[in-house]
Design a binder for this molecule. Structure first.
Ligand code: B12
Length: 244
């Protein structure tokens, strides 16, 4: 089945774009924005909104028409680690019945990354979007170390509390800092000979399972993740590893 973007009428190829150009708002700036969109390959372009956002910068909203269509049947997606998702109760019951002890989880936002909110959405007792965080789970002992934690400190803490799983949050991806940071964590774990002692999970808005597993993690979770996704993955993985 071939599909194209939809705007007003089915398959009309309408795409909405927004971007900022480093020039003052003017007719010339709008023309430059239109030129840019056409250069991207769009058949036609309408600049529907422009706004001076500060001196020397203008924000644009554009509609472009694309003739590109894709064969939906040929699209393949790697199953995210958290596709199978149990409820809060199911996770706790599974741990109680199959693992028969509390699971210990240690989490941190590592490196210079200061975005605690994203990790808190997974960990915090009060939860996020009506989904309780792992701290709320009676069968999970959850340690949230916060942000700007050094990889080595995270590892040492995880060893000290005999963690079953290490959760890492990476939000800033500028200059691929997250890749360097994640690679360093794996290297340090390997150097210490403890990589296989832990289920290793990473998450963040630009993280996916493919990237995470390529770098040596057990799973990667992106936008829209809830504690249930992570809880399900860790509980199942621990059980499958025969490590209760
Ligand atoms: C709030 C915010 C901040 C706050 C953070 C406050 C705090 N205590 O966390 C402050 C003001 C401190 C901040 C600072 C900066 N920020 Co900021 N920030 C944001 C903002 C607006 C929202 C982030 C957020 O709270 N999202 C809410 C959470 C719940 O959503 P989420 O990320 O999707 O989280 C989900 C998943 O990612 C996943 N997940 C995340 N972590 C984990 C971990 C695990 C283990 C799992 C399983 C899942 C998981 O599950 C979550 C829940 O579903 C975003 C823009 C945006 N709209 O996203 C920029 C943004 C993240 N920030 C950005 C930047 C650049 C910065 C600064 C570098 C700016 C600067 N030049 O100083 C600094 C960074 C400083 C530093 N050292 O890190 C960029 C990052 C760009 C990039 N990809 O590199 C963004 C995208 C803004 C932008 N468009 O440019 N920021």
């Amino acid at each position: 089945m071939f599909i194209r973007p939809y705007g007003d009428t089915l398959n009309d190829g309408q795409v909405q774009l927004s971007f900022t150009l480093p020039v003052e708002k003017s007719e010339k700036a709008t023309e430059a924005a239109r030129f840019f969109v056409r250069k991207l390959g769009f058949e036609s372009c309408e600049i529907v909104h422009s706004e001076a956002i500060c001196r020397g910068f203008t924000f644009f909203l554009a509609y472009g028409t694309s003739n590109i269509e894709i064969d939906y049947d040929k699209v393949e997606v790697e199953s995210p680690a958290g596709e199978l998702c149990w409820s809060f109760e199911e996770i706790n019951n599974f741990i109680k019945e199959k693992i028969k002890r509390e699971i210990v989880v240690v989490a941190a936002c590592t490196g210079s990354d200061a975005h605690t909110v994203c990790l808190d959405a997974i960990m915090n007792m009060k939860g996020f979007n009506h989904h309780y965080g792992l701290e709320r789970y009676p069968m999970i002992k959850a340690h949230n170390l916060g942000a700007q934690v050094e990889n080595i400190d995270l590892i040492e803490f995880a060893i000290r509390v005999k963690a079953d799983a290490i959760l890492v949050s990476q939000v800033v991806t500028q200059k691929d800092i997250h890749i360097k940071n994640m690679t360093m964590l794996i290297k340090l774990l390997n150097d210490k000979g403890v990589r296989n002692n832990f289920i290793l999970v990473v998450g963040g808005p630009k993280i996916d399972n493919k990237l995470a597993t390529e770098l040596g993690f057990d799973a990667g979770f992106g936008k829209g993740t809830y504690a249930e996704h992570v809880g399900t993955f860790i509980a199942r993985e621990l059980y499958n590893r025969g490590k209760p």
